[in-house]
Design a protein around this ligand. Structure first.
Ligand code: TEU
Ligand code: CA
Length: 557
């Protein structure tokens, strides 16, 4: 039986602070901007806010490279701003969740500086530092962002350090108990400050097998995907269990793991009653159509039966094991409406369908900033317009595989993480109301039509649709069913029909979505004739047959 928790019935929202709201005109979103927009979020129906990193950072990977875990980067504000945010959130019954990035830190962190000064001293053991003779690297792993995971340790000709992400993100050595204690101390310090918990970054990477293990090369560069070493690593559970006991558990913190894992027992291990975290993201849709060989080989659109299969597989495996977190997008992915709808099918009604099938699944809904107004991918006209550090590598790989420059740009334009990172579109005034200065990253020119101010004014907008979905989730009549009701597929074999029951103790709902541009007929079961939500004006029922428009969705009670 699932143990009930305070956060189950809530709704969560991810803020990417750099692009959310700028209050001092430097073109960079800040903590005061978050404070100013709390009422906007409260009004939407949000309770839990996950802040992407705002710690001190050289921003080589936009804050996921932390140089001081216990201070706020001046670009985002001050510790006083953070404390004010905590107070303001609390006074609105809202919760702040921070990003915990402890697979690696920044190469500008004091620990790494000291490790460079004295690799044989105590801080050398906080990292993976190896002697290298004749340029022979200890292994052939390829970093997520391209190139070998090894780089020269600054100040040393014959020593290299390991980084599975950017070279400015040296991996922390979790085998060292002293490092683990430092991390736990820092976590507890933040929890004592009053944050509700953490989103836990890239966490499966903290356990490595013997770092001298090589694997067969999978590209001409002679390197091999990090996935190979992850498969070989054993003992992750011990680290995570220890972290939970030493930190989260003592504070009843809410934790949501960024867990990419194909382990059979993943759900149970990570989010079962005795699991490491409160929740973890379901990345099955995110992973659909992806290729290990690079973005050029990934599918640019995942929809209909493919999307359904991903969502349903997780829901069926999940049962009562634990509480998953459902997303359509985040700061690492293309905009959901540009990826989970067939190309050029992102009308507002199609966006509403996608919203409904995602929010009505069992689990905690996380909305990524801008998703609630249907922000889309950007069209980049040159690789130089893209700032994200992963993109160049993917561009080069596409070229290496024979794509023309134009085709390669087209590919990276779809997948670049900058799609999700363009400034939030508040209104149709210059710079979309995001800043009075020059935004750090290009705005999506469609802000003149897609923006929050317009949608707040218009009762049938996507914004109001999200608001209605979240209020249904919290309503006294249907709340229990939506939060805890059993997930049961309906007419699962019918092509591009995504339909499911949510069967609770206090009632039952049926969600029916026509996940294709063409109309489709659906036989409804008896009962379920009360239309709670409908993204179209029509409800064409003949006998038991519902004639649905393309991308129509209805929630029936
Ligand atoms: O992402 C971890 C991760 O697995 C990434 O490789 C992800 O698949 C990739 O960014 C998709 O292009 C987390 C953060 O969410 C990401 O923003 C950071 O860059 C990364 O960790 C390193 O901290
Ligand atoms: Ca600012």
């Amino acid at each position: 039986m699932l143990k009930k928790q305070w956060w189950h019935g809530k709704a969560a929202y991810q803020i990417y602070p750099k692009s959310f709201y700028d209050t001092n005109g430097d073109g960079i979103g800040d903590l005061r901007g978050v404070i100013r927009k709390l009422d906007y979020l409260k009004d939407l129906g949000i309770d839990i806010i996950w802040l992407s990193p705002i710690y001190c950072s050289p921003l080589a990977d936009q804050g996921y490279d932390i140089s001081d875990y216990q201070n706020i980067d001046p670009r985002f504000g001050t510790m006083e701003d953070m404390e004010e945010l905590l107070r303001e959130a609390k006074s609105r019954d809202m919760y702040i969740v921070m990003d915990l990035v402890v697979n690696h830190c920044s190469d500008e962190h004091e620990w790494f500086r000291k490790a460079c000064e004295d690799p044989d001293g105590p801080y050398g053991k906080y990292f993976y530092i190896e002697d290298v003779k004749d340029g022979k690297l200890p292994n052939n792993w390829r970093s997520y962002f391209g190139g070998p995971v090894w780089d020269k340790l600054p100040g040393h000709e014959d020593k290299y350090y390991l980084h599975v992400f950017h070279k400015k993100q040296p991996d922390l050595n979790w085998e060292n108990p002293a490092l683990r204690q430092e991390v736990y101390r820092m976590i507890n310090w933040w929890l004592e400050k009053g944050i509700a918990g953490f989103r836990i970054d890239a966490i499966v990477n903290i356990k490595k097998p013997d770092i001298h293990t090589c694997y067969p090369a999978d590209r001409e560069d002679g390197l091999t995907s990090v996935q190979n070493m992850l498969h070989d690593a054993s003992g992750l559970d011990d680290f995570l269990h220890e972290m939970k006991i030493e930190t989260f558990e003592k504070h009843q913190a809410f934790t949501v793991g960024e867990v990419f894992s194909d382990r059979e027992d993943a759900l149970n291990a990570f989010i079962g009653n005795d699991g490491h975290f409160s929740s973890m993201f379901d990345f099955s849709e995110t992973m659909a159509g992806k290729s290990e060989d690079g973005w050029y080989a990934c599918q640019t659109s995942v929809w209909g039966d493919t999307y359904k299969k991903c969502a349903f597989d997780t829901q069926k495996r999940l049962g009562d094991i634990g509480f998953i977190s459902n997303i359509i997008e985040n700061h690492d992915e293309p905009r959901g409406v540009s990826h989970y709808l067939p190309e050029s099918c992102n009308s507002e009604s199609a966006k509403k369908m996608l919203a409904a099938v995602n929010v009505m699944l069992r689990g905690l809904p996380f909305i990524y900033q801008g998703q609630e107004i249907g922000m889309t991918n950007v069209s980049f006209s040159s690789i130089d317009e893209i700032d994200d550090c992963t993109t160049r590598h993917e561009y080069d790989q596409a070229i290496a595989r024979g794509l023309s420059e134009e085709e390669a740009l087209h590919v990276v334009s779809h997948f670049t993480r900058d799609n999700a990172r363009t400034p939030f579109q508040w209104n149709d005034s210059p710079q979309a109301g995001f800043t009075t200065g020059t935004p750090w990253l290009k705005l999506n020119p469609n802000y003149t039509t897609i923006n929050a101010a317009e949608q707040i004014e218009r009762p049938d907008s996507l914004y109001h649709w999200y608001k209605d979905l979240l209020s249904l989730r919290k309503s006294p009549v249907y709340g229990e069913t939506i939060v805890y009701g059993e997930f049961v597929p309906y007419l699962e074999e019918q092509t591009n029909l995504m339909a499911f029951y949510r069967n609770g103790e206090s009632g039952s709902l049926l969600v029916v979505a026509n996940y294709q541009p063409e109309p489709q007929d659906v036989e409804l079961p008896d009962g379920y004739r009360k239309v709670l939500m409908n993204n179209m004006e029509n409800f064409l029922l003949e006998g038991n047959t519902l004639h649905m428009d393309g991308f129509q969705v209805v929630i029936l009670g």
